[in-house]
Design a protein around this ligand. Structure first.
Ligand SMILES: [Zn+2]
Length: 129
């Protein structure tokens, strides 16, 4: 316990949180990055950028989800043990919180990863005239 969100929380790329929240394409900035709440689209509808090729680390995202879920369940059990709220109240509070936190963590993680892949791919290509 006592771990933070990891070394990934860098502040070098402004707007990454916004990009994750709205699912902004790294090339054209359209809201096309996610086809489902936490799933990257295959390609951008606006500019045709191949997002599927840029997305890597799907398995890692799964591990992250599990770690977060376990942490939240642990926190929920801790609150339960201390406060002993009625079960319906626990469900009411923790179900949306868990889902929301997992979905946003996934979105943020995938957006960060995808933007890094995009920067790396762009750095390798010769400059377009
Ligand atoms: Zn695009």
């Amino acid at each position: 316990m006592g771990q933070g969100l990891g070394p990934d929380a860098q502040k070098g790329q402004p707007g990454l949180g916004r990009a994750a929240l709205f699912g902004l394409c790294p090339r054209c900035g359209a809201r096309t990055l996610f086809e489902a709440p936490a799933r990257i689209a295959l390609s951008c509808d606006a500019c045709g950028l191949d997002l599927g090729a840029l997305e890597r680390g799907g398995r890692l995202a799964g591990v992250l989800t599990m770690v977060l879920a376990v942490f939240l369940i642990g926190a929920a059990l801790g609150v339960d043990a201390v406060l002993r709220p009625p079960l319906w109240l626990s469900a009411l509070v923790w179900a949306p919180l868990t889902v929301g936190a997992v979905v946003f963590a996934l979105r943020f993680y995938r957006t960060t990863l995808l933007y890094r892949q995009y920067e790396a791919a762009r750095a390798k290509e010769p400059a377009q005239p």
